[in-house]
Design a protein around this ligand. Structure first.
Ligand SMILES: [Zn+2]
Length: 262
């Protein structure tokens, strides 16, 4: 069974600089949601999906999970009402240090206009799940372990303090995670974590690197329809591909050279 977990970022007609590729227009997004409804799909939050899979409980034959990364303001102002109008839920992965009014502002890149801290409760009131996406959005797999652990644990602590309950799912910034980072997310008390991988998830998918399909600005309705139908992408395999590991070595070396020149 192929389970599409779609990864959105910003929903807007006016992309933030640098976010053009990851911004879907409201009109396109509405069309995607209409395809979900017309296809008779059940939208589950990532935690609901992971729980069912962990318990060996059957998931509806036509299951989809919708996710939003980073925590843009338009997730609440545009996406949430469009989801609610169709009685669909989703999981919103937020970067705690970059939200406006964060209790512990992080020195990270401003990705665009982000949610305010008080908006997290509003997302939940709108029926959406809030998940963790680190504190400052670094590539966790090339950080020192103590720094990576702080990114994961601070994000979880702040969200749980703000929301008053456990936050159960994590998404790796940029989709990057080493074996150690995945283990640390598990040790921190999360129950699932999403990567990117641009593949279908499935019942046997790795719980600490669930595969998602990134919906980019250029994704056509036909593309989204194909994904909903379980075609147009591969199914996630087990383990990490060698190429990913080699690429990490290059990114780590580049980070090292950057820190040397500074
Ligand atoms: Zn992100």
């Amino acid at each position: 069974m192929r389970i599409p977990i779609l990864a959105y970022h910003s929903i807007s007609d006016n992309p933030w600089p640098g976010m053009e590729r990851f911004t879907v227009t409201p009109a396109h997004f509405a069309r995607h949601l209409d395809l979900v409804v017309a296809g008779g799909f059940t939208a589950l939050t990532v935690s609901d999906l992971a729980d069912r899979l962990d318990r060996g409980q059957a998931v509806p034959r036509r299951t989809v999970a919708l996710t939003f990364d980073d925590g843009y303001d338009d997730t609440l102002t545009l996406a949430a009402p469009m989801l609610a109008a169709r009685r669909l839920t989703a999981t919103v992965y937020v970067t705690t240090g970059l939200l406006r009014g964060s209790p512990e502002p992080g020195a990270g890149p401003a990705l665009g206009r982000m949610l305010g801290w008080g908006h997290l409760v509003e997302l939940e009131d709108a029926g959406l799940e809030v998940g963790a996406h680190s504190h400052t959005h670094p590539q966790l797999d090339v950080l020192a372990r103590s720094d990576a652990a702080a990114e994961i644990r601070n994000c979880k602590r702040l969200l749980e303090d703000g929301l008053g309950h456990t936050v159960r799912t994590f998404a790796y910034p940029h989709g990057y995670a080493s074996r150690w980072v995945r283990d640390e997310v598990r040790r921190s008390g999360f129950r699932s974590a999403c990567g990117v991988r641009n593949a279908f998830s499935h019942e046997e998918d790795a719980r600490w690197m669930m595969a998602r399909l990134t919906v980019t600005a250029s994704a056509t309705a036909a593309q989204v329809q194909a994904w909903l139908d379980g075609t147009g992408a591969r199914t996630a395999g087990r383990g990490e591909r060698v190429r990913t590991t080699a690429w990490r070595g290059a990114r780590r070396a580049r980070r090292l050279s950057h820190s040397l020149v500074r």
